[in-house]
Every structure is written in structure tokens, then in C-alpha cells.
Write a protein that binds this ligand. Structure first.
Ligand code: C5P
Length: 303
């Protein structure tokens, strides 16, 4: 038997970061949105544990571990599974791009494992397993548009009346999330304990108006990411000059995302940026969280 689960990339429409806690994590007040770039994770019964990773042409999977350190494999351990599996990951989400690709794989593996073995675990059990795997993993299960607090793992769906069109420009070399957080600490030695709240952003989401949302987008990790990679600042200026309502670094970067006024508007920005950047994608949000796309008998079971 095998089960395939699809999980989406995330962007942060608001990312308020506070001073580091005693455990080293930063308190967050964030608004996540799932957008239409997906990883598919297939978990199959097997004689021995194994993992394979493939990517869409625009995704460089060279940096994705293929051993037990891969977060999808760790997800199966978190699920306390005794049996052996083959895990197959098909990646469309940029690697180390600030779009929670690894978290999507972990969430998808948790759900695929649950469905493969017909466990029917309650949402709160899966969400607790997800939180132990990483701060963004619970959101990858939930999807849509949601507020994240704590270190990002406490997720609560919020009202979002829009259909938002994004242009996504991944970087060729990833950025390390811990490095960007460390740089935030260097730039903000006196950061308040309480992260900035997303009041205006929540109001904008409830109107569905792109111009209003564009004004309310906020990311406290943008300055540190640009300080580490000045070319990201140039990319944001360029995308806005080409007609995007607003550009921003996605999460800890280095992927940049651009909010556009419509699907047609996003296609124009894709065309303009494609002249200078190798990979320019278009995506829409919000989309669903991790969901089963197929459950199959293995070939030898079908005979
Ligand atoms: O939770 P996750 O494994 O995704 O976090 C990766 C790293 O990002 C952490 O080890 C930490 O350095 C940093 N981080 C943080 N505060 C958060 C989330 C992540 O400092 N709220």
C-alpha cells in the first residue's frame, strides 16, 4: 500500500519577531498563508527504510538530505512507527527558501503515514507531533491563512476574504534560517519581548482588497535577510517597478514574493522579471493544508 499527500509552500504576510526566549527560539506573531506551490510525499510499505527525492526543473534538490536526518523520515519516527517505509518526495517548493518546504514534507509524511495505516489520529495529536518537528510544521497541516504564535507552532485559522496573486522568485543559493535569526539579534539587541501584532493586516485580509493588503505586509526578518544578501533588496525594488503592488522577503528568505493586483497583473510581472531571473513563478493563495491525493494498493497487491 502507499499513500500520497500534497502539502503547500507558505509565505508570511506578517512576521513579528521578539527578543529570543530562554530556549533560544524567538517569540513570533505571524500570519501564514499557504500558496499554490506543492511538494508531494508518498509513503509506501517496504522491506527496508529508504528515501528518494526528485525536484521540478526549477528546484535544486542537491541540498536535501536523503538519510535519516531528512525531516520527512524524522516525521515517521515522531509517529512512533515500527514498520518499514519507502518515502518518495517530489519537490516543487524551493529548498532552503523561507517557504517551509521541509515543513511541508514533514506534515505530508505525518498525514500519509496516518492514512496508510488507517490510524485516524485526532487533529490535535497530529498537530502536537508536527510542533515537535518544527515551528512551521503545524501550519503546513492546517493551510489556508492562519495566525501563528508561540514560536510559530500555535496556529489559529483567520478570516481571509481574498484571492491573492503572488509572483515568487527563488534564489539559487539558500539562506540558513538560524543565521537570519542570529542576524536579527545582532541588528536588534533591544528587541521587545512581545513581537509586533498584525492588526492592520488582519483588517486588510477581511476586506479582500490587494492595495490594502500590500500596505499592511510586514516582515521583521526582511532587513536581516537583505543585510546578508543585498541583491534581495534590488530584486524587491525591481519587482515593484515592474508593477507588483509590493515585494517582500518570504519568511527568513532568500525567496522573494510579490503581491499583484490580479492574475493578469501577476503574469505581467512574471514576464518582466523572467528577462533577468532564471526562475519566476506565479502562485495563488490561500490554498489547502496537507491533504491526501491518492491511496494505492502496491502492484503486487493488485495481482
Ligand atoms: O523550528 P524550526 O526547526 O523550523 O527552526 C529552525 C531554527 O530557526 C531554530 O533552530 C532557530 O534557530 C530558528 N527559529 C527561531 N525562532 C523561531 C523559529 C525558528 O529562532 N520562532
Amino acid at each position: 500500500m502507499s499513500s500520497t499527500v500534497r502539502a503547500a509552500a507558505k509565505i508570511n504576510l506578517h512576521l513579528g519577531v521578539g527578543a529570543p526566549r530562554e530556549d533560544g527560539f524567538h517569540p513570533l506573531d505571524t500570519v501564514y498563508q499557504a500558496i499554490s506551490l506543492y511538494d508531494d510525499v508518498t509513503v509506501s510499505d517496504a522491506e527496508t527504510d529508504s528515501l528518494s527525492v526528485a525536484g521540478s526543473p526549477h528546484v535544486d534538490v542537491a541540498g536535501v538530505p536523503t538519510d535519516a536526518t531528512n525531516i520527512a523520515v524524522r516525521a515517521l519516527s515522531e509517529a512512533s512507527c515500527e514498520t518499514r517505509h519507502h518515502v518518495q518526495i517530489a519537490k516543487q517548493i524551493p529548498v532552503a527558501g523561507g517557504m517551509a518546504g521541509g515543513s511541508a514534507d514533514a506534515a505530508a509524511a505525518l498525514l500519509a503515514h496516518d492514512r496508510l495505516h488507517d490510524l485516524g489520529q485526532a487533529d490535535d495529536v497530529l498537530l502536537a507531533q508536527a510542533a515537535r518537528l518544527g515551528s512551521d510544521v503545524p501550519f503546513s497541516l492546517v493551510g489556508g491563512t492562519a495566525r501563528g504564535r508561540g514560536r510559530g507552532e500555535l496556529v489559529e485559522p483567520i478570516v481571509d476574504l481574498g484571492t491573492w496573486w503572488w509572483v515568487v522568485v527563488p534564489a539559487t543559493v539558500g539562506l540558513s534560517t538560524p543565521e537570519v535569526y542570529r542576524h536579527f539579534d545582532r541588528l536588534h539587541p533591544d528587541a521587545p519581548a512581545q513581537p509586533a501584532e498584525p492588526a492592520e493586516l488582519l483588517a486588510a485580509l477581511a476586506t479582500g482588497e490587494p492595495v490594502r493588503l500590500a500596505r499592511a505586509l510586514h516582515n521583521d526578518l526582511q532587513d536581516p535577510a537583505i543585510d546578508l544578501r543585498p541583491e534581495l533588496g534590488e530584486l524587491i525594488v525591481r519587482g515593484e517597478a515592474e508593477g507588483a503592488l509590493r515585494g517582500m522577503v518570504s519568511g527568513s528568505g532568500p525567496t522573494c514574493v510579490f503581491l499583484c493586483d490580479s492574475q493578469e497583473g501577476s503574469m505581467e510581472v512574471v514576464a518582466a522579471l523572467s528577462a533577468s531571473y532564471d526562475v519566476v513563478l506565479s502562485a495563488v493563495g490561500p490554498v489547502a493544508g496537507a491533504h491526501v491525493v491518492s491511496t494505492r494498493e502496491a502492484e503486487w497487491d493488485l495481482r
